[in-house]
Design a binder for this molecule. Structure first.
Ligand code: GFB
Length: 324
């Protein structure tokens, strides 16, 4: 394993986690609490990052050295296809304002977060970083994907034209504490966790899964993701984005069975094929991440068990739907 620089490289730095109230942002804050850095956060009620001038003025005032750009409008397959304008406009606006504001105020390093949905629907699996823009996107999340592809290109252009040390990380499907458990806007893990929990406690003998249950997904615990992002902030500097993933996947049907075992639910699964399957598979090639000296550590079953325990303790806050 390559010799790497630890998170103490951030000690004494002013580190801004943009989007600190989201699942990834909160995991980054948890991870950075072990580092002696000046952690900076700002709420949407203080600065609307989709507005350029207030964003640039705030960044100039806050003067961060390091920025983790985790602020975004996110959601599952249904939310993405139901709110295309928000998923493309809001994400383009936020990332353009923060990246330009970071340049203007001389930020040392910026880590831009995208998603594995940037890749073509039928990309060769596992998906390498070089696969971007080699084929048509998955229609259900093409708007979010286009915004994130633009963010990757923006960081590359700022490296080229201005010498900004801005990098891009593309996480796989994430889950964990502070996820969104609203059934309309959530991703599959919290949705199935909530549906199966509710079915067990209501004594229902079946749970509805969207689509066919056949698509395959790779899932990474958000604390692993945050650790990888901090690692990349200290060890990676290149034009090309980096996949952040676990390296193995499973079908939605297998995921549902795993969650049911953890919750202790013995009911059946029904499939609502009026809902889309989306991309058939999104397994990332994580060799570049591994070569940089980092590998994932939280196994899916352990991570799901920990997430369900969090859900039980925080049921009310988890159920409030997030902005789509
Ligand atoms: O996690 P998910 O919403 O998003 O769906 P994607 C993953 C798979 O789970 C799809 C199926 O095939 C869904 O049809 N699924 C089954 C369900 N039951 C459910 C359910 O009750 N709720 C949900 N949400 N799905 C997202 C992108 O794609 O991946 C985002 O839309 C982001 O923008 C994220 O990129 C990482 O994995 O299909």
């Amino acid at each position: 394993m390559k010799k790497t620089t630890g998170p103490d490289a951030l000690a004494g730095k002013r580190v801004w986690v943009a989007g600190h109230r989201g699942m990834v942002g909160r995991a980054l804050v948890r991870n950075l609490e072990r580092v002696d850095c000046d952690l900076i956060t700002v709420g949407r009620e203080e600065v609307d990052l989709s507005r350029q001038r207030p964003t640039e003025d705030w960044i100039a005032e806050a003067a961060p050295d390091i920025v983790f750009l985790a602020a975004a409008v996110v959601g599952g397959i249904h939310a993405n296809s139901a709110h295309p304008a928000a998923f493309i406009y809001d994400n383009l606006a936020i990332q353009c304002n923060v990246i330009e504001g970071a340049r203007l105020s001389g930020v040392e390093r910026l880590v831009f977060l995208g998603s594995s949905c940037i890749y073509p629907k039928l990309a060769t699996q596992p998906i390498s970083e070089e696969a971007i823009l080699t084929g048509p996107l998955e229609p259900t999340n093409q708007w979010y994907a286009m915004a994130k592809l633009a963010g990757i290109k923006l960081c590359q252009a700022y490296r080229k034209d201005y010498g900004c040390d801005f990098i891009s990380a593309m996480p796989t499907n994430l889950y964990g504490p502070h996820d969104n458990f609203d059934l309309e806007s959530s991703h599959v893990v919290p949705a199935l966790m909530r549906k199966i929990h509710d079915a067990k406690h209501a004594g229902r003998d079946s749970v509805t899964i969207w689509g066919t249950g056949k698509p395959r997904r790779e899932f990474m615990h958000v604390d692993d993701c945050a650790d990888a992002l901090v690692h990349l902030a200290c060890n990676y500097s290149d034009d090309l984005h980096v996949n952040v993933g676990w390296g193995t996947d499973l079908s939605i049907c297998e995921l549902a069975k795993m969650i049911a075992e953890i919750i202790g639910y013995a009911g059946a699964f029904e499939y609502d094929q009026s809902k889309p399957d989306g991309t058939p598979r999104k397994l990332l090639d994580v060799s570049r991440l591994n070569a940089s000296g980092w590998t994932a550590g939280i196994k899916l079953r352990d991570g799901l068990r920990q997430t369900y325990a969090w859900f039980l303790e925080n049921r009310e806050s988890g159920l409030r739907g997030k902005a789509h």
